[in-house]
Design a protein around this ligand. Structure first.
Ligand SMILES: [Zn+2]
Length: 349
């Protein structure tokens, strides 16, 4: 299947009542792990690259690896997404390269650190939406500011400093016309999200439910949603690592989110943990080995296992064959004639 629009994947997920994991990649082995997990579970899939990943791998390598994945797995709907674009130019370059959706994270200024004003966020996001939709490309916005820092991007701090205000979320969706919206409900990027198993005082699922009620047509996105499982932490520490005790977002909370409009769930940390644990194990148990394949193969298999598990837990498993790809050119027509509009006030009329 050619690369498809993330919007189509999320619309189908909404129809089917499931969520779609969006897994971050930097290299070939991670893409291979995700595609094998998608094949194993018959899942549609979103693969995403951050600015850090694009700098690490170079755009052309990433794009051609994605085309290879689309060629090798014609039965799997596959979308390629830019994670946390920091400016119009970053989003524009991703769209020119061939990404099928972009995130314009206007919740922060272009430095990727300083919280932006609501007006600044609306202005830059709307500019990206206008440019992207004309070309059939979907846009994810962010309102409220997530906690933590990942790949040098983030405001830092806990996830509770700038949680999303539902009224602002509605206004933002109306003014920008984004396809999907990342909201801040207490989650953070990176491994250190919570210092104990999160409850309602630190993870605001009630806020998510309130936002979905007001914005039923806008797909919600959970960022910072690795579960940071204890067994993956333990493998790293058992083989010489030094992770501090930490908690992520419990899968059952994500599943509650999926029942309430969450269609895209970003997962990166869990895969990083799986890869690192597998490599550490080989280094400690077989210090004589020096062929990178001896540790990259188990690392890739460990990531595949995590991804396949999440695909089943998010409900996307079994849904790869539900639909055929809408061309990006036809998506552009849908945006132009209004059939793909998500604007809440327009929708209410
Ligand atoms: Zn994020």
């Amino acid at each position: 299947m050619p690369l498809v629009s993330t919007r189509q994947l999320l619309d189908e997920a909404a129809k089917g009542g499931y969520g779609v994991g969006a897994f971050n990649v930097n290299d070939m082995e991670q893409i291979q792990a995700i595609m094998e997990a998608a094949k194993e579970t018959n899942s549609p899939v979103i693969i995403q690259a951050s600015r850090g990943a694009r700098a690490f791998a170079q755009d052309n390598y990433l794009y051609h690896l994605m085309l290879a994945a689309a060629e090798l797995y014609p039965q799997i709907p596959l979308a390629m997404h830019l994670d946390h674009g920091n400016s119009f130019e970053t989003c524009e370059s991703a769209i020119k390269l061939g990404f099928t959706s972009v995130m314009m994270d206007g919740s922060l200024k272009a430095d990727g650190k300083t919280p932006a004003t609501f007006a600044e966020n609306v202005e830059v996001t709307r500019k990206v939406v206008d440019y992207a939709h004309e070309r059939g490309i979907a846009v994810e916005g962010e309102i409220g500011v997530l906690g933590g820092i990942e790949d040098g991007h983030g405001a830092g701090g806990s996830g509770l400093e700038h949680v999303t205000d539902p009224d602002q979320a509605v206004e933002f969706a109306e003014l920008t016309g984004v396809d999907s919206l990342a909201i801040a409900i207490g989650t953070s990027h990176g491994a250190y999200k919570f210092t104990k198993k999160p409850d309602g005082s630190v993870l605001k699922m009630d806020l998510l439910i309130a936002i979905h009620k007001r914005l039923p047509k806008t797909h919600l996105v959970m960022h910072g949603s690795s579960s940071v499982p204890k067994d993956l932490q333990d493998i790293i520490n058992q083989y010489g690592g030094k992770l501090k005790e930490t908690w992520g977002v419990p899968v059952e909370e994500i599943q509650l989110g999926i029942k309430n409009g969450v269609r895209k769930i970003n997962v990166d940390t869990d895969n990083r943990l799986a890869i690192t644990g597998a490599i550490r194990k080989v280094f400690v148990e077989n210090p004589e080995k020096f062929d990178p394949r001896d540790y990259m193969k188990p690392a890739r298999a460990a990531m595949q296992k995590v991804v396949a598990t999440r695909m089943v837990q998010f409900g996307q498993a079994g849904h790869a064959g539900d639909y055929t790809a809408i061309s990006i050119a036809d998506m552009a027509k849908g945006y132009a004639n209004g059939t793909l509009s998500t604007k809440p006030l327009v929708a209410a009329r």
